[in-house]
Design a protein around this ligand. Structure first.
Ligand SMILES: Nc1nc2c(ncn2[C@@H]2O[C@H](COP(=O)(O)OP(=O)(O)OP(=O)(O)O)[C@@H](O)[C@H]2O)c(=O)[nH]1
Ligand SMILES: [Mg+2]
Length: 373
């Protein structure tokens, strides 16, 4: 008799109809309970769950792998050196070959018992995208941690509603389902920035999507910590701006250049302070430049390149590389400014030309060498 295949042993003969995509970061305590909850909620259906983890230090991926050894419905994608909820969902959804992809958080806040209703609404053709909504009759968002989170969520909803092409009570929901082929069709147009993948999908779809909201509760987080902070709101504004400008606004470059302006201010401040304390010009200017580079690096690491943020030793090495890159940028600045001045004898134009060359150089090298793509 031939050995049974893994598929026969587990009883899984064909691929799943539903892929549940779960972005997760430091959710080790929630993985097991979530899979158990999905087993109950999706009993009788052909489904799988794809956890997309950004190499969480708490061992989330190890917990996923341990479960996957025993349960063929569990899959995991581990991303190294990357961060971001939306981009994690995109990669998970694109790895699915199921008919329908459903997206939900990995912290048990979404009511998994509504998954079946979301999937059915998509499968029976009543809509292109079914959204688990806390803001329709029967929905509930009492699980939001505090008044600040309520205010943030309400503000985001109002802002998104002003821009969205469809009427939606809860555009900030992270719990929804759509056909995999619909997702894949929209994917090339997505920004992939930040936390709000549903807003991204609705604003990026070349065709208007038919949306149906399904009332859904929102539980309080039991284990792990929220990853939502003020910068997530900034990323949300960046996403809306990007979509309003149809992607032609180079947001990352603008963030980098704005932080560069902060660097110039820091340089001046430190230099003036040291001069006031009696330091010579070269020492004051050198110290100002050093502090400005460190401040710029920290800000770029936190804001501009948040999705590729460097930590630990990689952060120290990144700072060294950044300083080298900026030093070459400074040389190019002086060289180009000198050249333009020689030809035009115009002080301001020469100075601006030098600064432009430096910022473009610094940005190009930072994107490719310091915070590698
Ligand atoms: N892969 C990945 N997942 C993330 C990242 N940030 C958050 N997540 C996951 O996305 C889901 C939602 O994140 P939360 O921090 O709970 O955010 P939230 O539910 O909008 O906010 P709270 O109400 O404060 O919990 C959770 O499963 C997180 O683990 C990330 O950078 N990468
Ligand atoms: Mg949460």
């Amino acid at each position: 008799m031939t050995e049974p295949t893994v598929a026969q042993e587990t009883g899984v003969q064909v691929g799943p109809d539903i892929s549940v995509i779960v972005p997760c970061y430091n959710e080790v305590g929630n993985i097991g309970p979530l899979v158990a909850a999905l087993e109950r909620a999706l009993a009788g259906r052909r489904w799988e769950v794809i956890f997309v983890d950004d190499n969480s230090p708490d061992g989330t991926m190890a917990a996923v792998k341990a479960l996957a050894q025993q349960n063929a419905r569990v899959r995991g994608v581990c991303r190294i050196g990357r961060r971001g909820l939306s981009s994690a969902v995109i990669e998970g959804a694109l790895s699915s070959s199921a008919q329908v992809v459903a997206v939900m958080d990995g912290d048990l806040q979404h009511d998994e018992s509504r998954l079946g209703a979301l999937v059915d609404a998509v499968l029976d053709g009543s809509c292109d995208i079914a959204v688990g909504s806390r803001h329709v009759e029967g929905g509930d968002n009492s699980g939001l941690a505090n008044a600040w989170r309520h205010a943030l969520s309400d503000g985001g909803i109002k802002l998104a509603q002003m821009i969205l092409p469809v009427r939606l009570g809860d555009p900030m929901s992270g719990f929804f389902a759509l056909r995999q082929e619909t997702f894949a069709r929209i994917a090339p147009h997505l920004s992939g920035t930040g936390f709000k993948i549903l807003v991204d999908l609705l604003l990026s779809s070349p065709q208007r999507l038919r949306v149906q909201e399904i009332p859904c509760g929102f539980r309080a987080r039991q284990a792990g910590e929220s990853k939502l902070d003020a910068l997530v709101m900034l990323q949300f504004l960046a996403l809306l701006l990007d979509k309003l400008c149809r992607g032609w606004l180079p947001l990352r470059f603008l963030a980098f250049a704005s932080i560069g302006v902060i660097g110039v201010g820091t340089n001046l401040l430190v230099m003036q302070a040291l001069r006031a304390l009696g330091a010579g010009f070269s020492v004051a200017q050198g110290a100002g430049t050093l502090v400005a580079m460190i401040v710029n690096f920290m800000l770029d690491n936190t804001i501009t390149y948040r999705d590729r943020r460097l930590r630990g030793l990689r952060c120290v090495w990144g700072l060294v590389l950044f300083m080298l890159v900026c030093s070459v940028g400074a040389l190019a600045n002086v060289g180009v400014a000198d050249m333009v001045y020689d030809q035009s004898r115009r002080f301001n134009e020469a100075s601006i030309a030098g600064a432009l060359i430096a910022v473009v150089w610094n940005y190009a090298m930072s994107s490719t060498v310091v915070w590698r793509l």
